[in-house]
Design a protein. Sequence first.
Lengths: 568, 394
Amino acid sequence: MWPSPAPVAFAIVSVTDARRDESDSAEPPQANPPIRRGRAPRSPLAAAALMAWRWLTRMRTALYLLGVLGFLSLVATVVPQAPNVPATVSAWRLGDEGPGPVVVGLIDAIGGFDVYGSALFLALLVLLFTSLTACLLPRYRAWWRVVTRSQPPRTRHVGHHDHVATLTTELTADEVDGRIRTVLADRRYRLRAADDDLPKQVAAERGLALREGGSLLFHTSFYVLLVGIVLGLLLGFEGDVAVVEGDAFADTTISYSDVGAGRWWDQADHAGFTLTLDQFEVDWFRDPRFGGTPTVFESTVTISEPDGATWTDTVGGNDPLVVDNMRIHQLAWGYAPRIVVEVDGEVVHDAHVMLVSTDAGVFQGAVKAPAADPDVGFDVLLWPYAPVDETTGTPVPTGAPWADAPLLVGVAYRGDLGLDSPQRFDTLDKTNLEQTGGAQLRPGAVVDLGDGVVISFPELRRWVGFQVSSKPTLPLLFIGGVLVLVGLVPAIYAWRRRVWAVLETDAAGGHTLITIAGRAFQRPQAFDHEFPAIVKAIRDATDADPSPTPVAASSRPVAVSRNQQDTS
Amino acid sequence: MTQAEWGELSTVLFWPTTLLLYLGAMLASMYAHAFTSVARVDAHEPVAGRRGQRIATGLATLGVLTHLFHLVARSLGSGGRVPWGNMFEYSSVTAFIVVAAGLVIFQWRLRKPQIMSMLLLGAILTMGIALLVYTDPGPLVPILNSHWLKIHVAAIVLAAGVFTTAFVFNALHLLRDTAERRVAAARSPAGSTVGAAYAGDLLEDEDEFTEAVPERDAVEDGVLGDDLEDDRAYGLALRAAINPRALFLGSWVAAATMSWVWLDLGRFLGVNTVFALAALVAWWFLPHLPSAATLDALTYRTIAFGFPIWTFAVLAGAVWAEQSWGRYWGWDPKETSAFLTWVGYAGYLHARATRGFKGRTASILGLGAYWIMLFTYLAVNLVVTGLHSYAGVS
Ligand code: HEM
């Protein structure tokens, strides 16, 4: 469970003894390895490397690096990022929007439009992880020593601690020693091995290994996350596909657009299923107060696997479908009217045209029919809800998305569609086109535009945009995330305590005098309750009485004198 | 009752009901505090103080109840969903958590009711922000109806409430620390370290790991010693050490770095002024505040409590993003901002553990982390847009 110790081939490590002016968050056993002393002079290169390494192992460096990371992320929240909003970025670059060319030039200089893809960010990550490694190796070693070799120390001044209590008992020192050990071991204190030093003493400690171990696990889990992310990029696959209701696609790379495949992704890794979109259901609250808030958003699909297995399932907004190694997410949707175009009695276009929703509530797309001569094209707009106004008798488009009264507007163009050069599927390149007319259609309508062109709108369906991906490292990332938390909690909440019990035999009276002392490294308030409980447990276990010459338990005299910061 | 009526009821419960109750509780608590610890000279006044404290506790408890009722009504008025689906609701729940946790922890467990007045101030400011982004109750987008989302948002809101509490301690710490240092410097020309460093470890190193001095609350709140006249003088010296005009201006400008995101002059001026006035109230309270060391310890503990919750919230958010958008992390502005806040608080925790960075530097980092949290919360919702566009304000 715990990270194993670092390879010990690590010369510059040692545990420092600096006193720390700490209160809550005690610096753990080691962070700043001291200089290696008394060695022969090194080559300048080695000296530089050593200096760099020492710089990297400083906690302060980690803090600066975190600061730079924070700054870059802040840039990324304020400056539009090309991978997220490419249109805004080009608008900034063109000067249509944004702070102007000077600032944009500065942003570009540091790669500010794609912070997380920039060389600066990569360099920072490398530095952070190097620094992390440099910090962790010595800490592992120190931690391992704590766990395997170190012992809770004896105390030399039992009366000087913040918490002191004394008891006397009839039992012999050896008997008392055994019983106190049981009490403390039950409370999960680690005990110092018995020795013959006098006075006889039980020294115990808890929390150190757990607190520091938690911190180590916490930091180490970043490597797990890093490995998960990098391997995920190398092994993963992601592609988008849009399907009209009733249609299907097969899981092969050529089916997808916007393919992002890792270097180690192989064609053969596709699951090879076929997905048929049986139906896509979407609906909204019609109450104008909540207008536009969807209530359903779900695809019903039929999957046929290569081995012949076939089943029906759903893909919802928060509910991806997993088929073998592939994950299917439903991300986008739109209307897909079937549009038939005839020119001189010949069908030149008959297909479901995918329309994309716009901010104005209208769905927009294009029909391209190069089969006609000259080419025919349509700009297509669809208002899903355009009821007829009672008084004027004309349709009134609204922004509502539900298709209760769809109205399709087609604007016809003829000329050259320019399909030799790449263009978007949902817009026309109008450089060599001429507008020739237009029509408004309800479902089922057929409109003769003259010039031999007839357009009809027999049917309205919907299309769905799926993302199909393979992310083999998701479980690893999940484990990494769990480890972050599992480590963090003890790193912050495990409290270090030390307890001593000094046993002195009163030769004359045949009593054993027990002096119990305690020290809390964190959360002293809690210890104010823990310590008396320990004293009571020891008292019960040893049939002891409070000492006739009591030393006030837990009166905190030391604490007060230490912290009189209010007085001057 | 119909859904719409529940919605209206919930709004009335929020403003004016709960807000006024909190305001009353805060004023009563401040009044009580002024009596119980400054004017101890007069034997009669503690009675007035105690009565004031009882009124404050009563009002705050009542306020928490009406606030809870508001949340329930809001939920019913929105068709039975959880009442944390948009910015208004996040802020409301955050304020609720601050006051409820404050009552439980400081009022009843630690018995330090004077801290309540400051927490109430924080809650009132948060509720003021909530009113500025008010949205009518309504259903959520189904994309939001996922368990992971509820967990994610609940954790974020909880952590934000905890960080808000920490911010109050943190800001008070810096203020009190500055005053303590100045007073100390004035009293000992050689330059004292009072308020800055703990006395050395009295114990010898007993092994290689005995470096840390145990964490200690400084002497119980506020003024020390038996000499009441001296206490008074010290308290007044603390107050005199801070120039209220500079404090007002500084706080006004600090708030301005945040409030511009509304791009609305009225709100800009209003928010800055309210914040600066709150700073003045804190200034007046300087003599009654716990010592800088106590405030520092409270800040650390509160942040240390909030940090794992925030961490968990970010991880839960990644799980949700994977379910709903098909990627667990996309550096979308909201994700970036959650990450940034996390880095900010990790920076604070590191600074606490780094020699030479402790104390004021760490405190300033803590303030910075809170600034980042608020700024990204507001700016990303109001100005920048991303996939996470469900803030519910337009
Ligand atoms: C990858 C970036 C890092 C993050 C996000 C991070 C985060 C954290 C956090 C949140 C803590 C607080 C846990 C606690 O209080 O015990 C912590 C503690 C600590 N970190 Fe890091 N850390 C990072 C890198 C580093 C590096 C590079 C070093 C070494 C220079 C380092 C050294 C330490 C030490 C010594 C502690 C213990 C402080 C204590 O006990 O309070 N960390 N870290």
